[in-house]
Design a protein around this ligand. Sequence first.
Ligand code: T4K
Length: 370
Amino acid sequence: MQENKPVYVTRPALPPFEEFTESLRGIWNSQVLTNNGPFHQQFEKELAAYLGVKYISLFANGTLALVTALQALRITGEVITTPYSFVATTHALWWNNIKPVFVDIEPEYCNLDPEKIEAAVTPQTTAIMPVHVYGNPCDVRTIQEIADTYRLKVIYDACHTFGVTVNGKPVLNFGDLSVMSFHATKVFNTFEGGAIVSHDEKTKRHIDDLKNFGFRGETTVVEPGINAKMNEVQAAMGLLQLKYIDENIEKRRQIVMHYRELLKDVPGLRFLEDMPGVRHCYSYFPVFIDEEEYGLSRDGLYEKLRQYNIFGRRYFYPLISQFPTYRGLESAQPGKMPVAERITEQVICLPLYPELSVDPLEVICKLIKD
Ligand code: T4K
């Protein structure tokens, strides 16, 4: 490894520059920059086909897609969600004037614990918003059973998943809606970007209205929408990225296999294995440190790696429920979510991106083992 060259938790996968300039030329020629232009239409079609979903609506970013998904289903009152995610998951509720009700996670994959959801349902509950954390699918069947029992909607924050399938079925097809992110740090990026996956034409139309001010035609506004559209540069990027995504996921898989091999016998360090029947996208490589057994705290390891210019990230620390906006909520009180409270102190995500080469990976593992 080159001395002092920083190694970040991720680096964006980019298509060849010349291919992108070619796309830009098309945009310059057409002068269509946004508002459902030709790149947008083509990307939407090709993306839906790649992901194996019926309807998809493209967005400027994942956060606006989350906010709009909640609007589209007219979610109000209380929503059951996880504290173990990126803060945007809960902020989307806040922006819709919805009260988040935090429920603990399960200890293995860090997803919302379905066994603890029912106890949090109240007459005000209208939906469940779980996250497929690190791209590992939630227990979608149990969550749907609970939702059916209490007549709740399910909106998945699927911002970490791309092309993930369970027994051959796209995980995006579960729940009422799934929300994706194509941010620079994600497995699939359009610089910034996002999408909502829906399952019927009427809902897609509604979502498409909402992301474009509620316009239907030149002079008709059917509802108070927002401006959350993906632009043509993002869509052109997305189209190119589709060509390389399989190759990039395969590179990620190989890096994860290498990490697992090198770190398999480290006392006090745990990592996640593949789930049976699941095609993964390997969006993150979290490891969990048991301070007593490992002999150093998670923060100790985080700092040690930083000294060598290796920038792992503590996704997700602190918990969302520990931030000032939310920590006053009853469900956020210390001791209420023991699993999440423990795991947030143990986790560190190690660098993982397609171009991560063997040298820095082996240095990282050596530093962890020493
Ligand atoms: N729900 C979930 C579960 C999410 O994880 C996210 C986003 C969302 C919703 C919201 O979706 P978006 O609205 O973002 O589409 C990052 C990302 O900004 C955020 O998108 C992501 N989750 C979150 C988990 O991570 P930071 O503050 O850690 O990013 P930053 O800028 O520190 O980047 C991390 C590293 O990546 C840098 O050290 C270097 C590298 N990097 C980053 C960028 C932005 C690059 O090499 N190039 C870049 O352009 O939040």
